[in-house]
Design a protein around this ligand. Sequence first.
Ligand SMILES: CCC[C@@H](CC(=O)O)C(=O)C(=O)O
Ligand SMILES: [Zn+2]
Length: 332
Amino acid sequence: MTSDKKQWDYSQLRKYDLNFEQIPRVYYKDSKIDELLALNRPVVITGSNIVKPACERWNLEFLEDHLGNSDHTVYVSRNHVFKYYDEKKILSKSNPKGVKFKPPTRIVEMKVYEFMQKIRDWRHGDDRIYLQQSLNASVGQAIAEDFVRFDWQYVNGKQDKHNWGPLTSNLLFVAMEGNVTPCHYDEQQNFFAQVYGYKRCILFPPNQFECLYPHPIFHPHDRQSMVDFEKPDYNKFPKFKQAKGFETVLGPGDVLYIPIYWWHHVESLLSGGPTITINFWFKGGPTNIEYPLNDHQKVSIMRNIEKMLVEVLQDPKEVGPLLRTMVLGRFT
Ligand SMILES: CCC[C@@H](CC(=O)O)C(=O)C(=O)O
Ligand SMILES: [Zn+2]
């Protein structure tokens, strides 16, 4: 569990031209947790036993010994950025509606000992790697035993109380220090549980959609921000200047609630060593329509309109002109 004494310093955080408020840290038994979950507001849940069995003994050696001998999904990047892309949206013979696109990372299936060896042998300038693998039946017995002993009563209690949908997956993340997952949103509720090492998370609410400029839906980088936080292009993305973020640094035992549709950027601290995280992704629950609609419902509506327009116009380049014709001077 994170002790009160800070185990990191600000020199380990990458510098961005952004201001941040702190995400509240609340003890897991405090009723404030449910107040924030009910409002779809982020909160760091502290002192819980959600992944305590993992915090007690998972490190890279333990994972090497017990993650099992099946292949694991590892992303490889020429730099420290691991920007997600949907392979199904890349132009191919089987997908003529796809987009011409050069993937920024490649996916390699490798055994856990290969992954760990590459981590140990890594030298400055080498490709970086990031293991991102669903925790499934292929894991070794020790991992399975720990997984069963997570505080599922607490997790399922929150899922039920806040009408989340079914748990879709628990992904295991093993990152190198300095790895970055750039800003994006997911259409799932997320308990993001830090097991080993320290991760900095920067979040933005769904209503900052216009400051974060997501790629078009048909693009492989759908749901990912087009803004490069390290070198923002303020000519192309002028409203990024107005983005107001929330941030926190997670240590072992901390669980960050990342609300559905909230933007998040995640980095393993510089010179902080490797990190291990487990997420709990839940489908969003049934949304009762109450007016005024909340922000993430509006994002969902925008997504549906964009999908329909691309479908019906066929040419994505016609979406902008049609929307401008429809809106300018009439709804603005
Ligand atoms: C592929 C997902 C990566 C993860 C962030 C990170 O730990 O690098 C995240 O974005 C999430 O759990 O939603
Ligand atoms: Zn995410």
